[in-house]
Write a protein of this length. Structure first.
Length: 145
């Protein structure tokens, strides 16, 4: 499986950042594309990333010490747990620190009992074991608003 960036986006500004998009961070391109297509059918803009680092680069934080400059562009985040570089919990912690109200969902084939091996789950982050129901994902991301 490649780690290429999938750009399933519509209108982007000159910085490549969509206004209010959902970040889909998953190194499995098939899963990422399926989630992005589902979000598109809901009328929600999304951008797909193969790693947390590529998401942070787009948001203007090329290193962990830098603040996330464009966090307001992020409407929600769907994060796989097992990723190259930072894992999903580490990405969620950084996003939560930048925006305490950001809807974040962590998805993985790992059982919930094994999550602690990857770090401490930030408060308010939802977890869904793969496979999951898209309706539950929609509700957790607060896309109806």
């Amino acid at each position: 499986m490649g780690h290429s960036e999938l750009k399933l986006t519509t209108s982007t500004n000159t910085n490549g950042i969509q206004p209010e998009f959902v970040a889909v961070v998953d190194d499995d391109e098939h899963i990422a594309q399926a989630i992005a297509m589902w979000l598109d059918m809901l009328g929600t803009h999304s951008q797909v990333f193969g790693s947390g680092e590529s998401l942070f680069n787009l948001l203007g934080a090329s290193s962990p010490q830098l603040p996330i400059q464009h966090i307001s562009a992020l409407k929600a985040a769907i994060l796989d747990l097992n990723l190259p570089g930072s894992n999903g919990i580490e990405i969620a912690q950084r996003l939560r620190a930048a925006n305490p109200n950001l809807p974040i969902v962590l998805v993985s084939a790992v059982n919930v009992e094994d999550l602690s091996k990857f770090g401490t789950m930030p408060q308010g982050v939802h977890f869904f074991k793969k496979p999951f129901e898209l309706e539950e994902l929609e509700s957790a991301l607060q896309l109806q608003q």
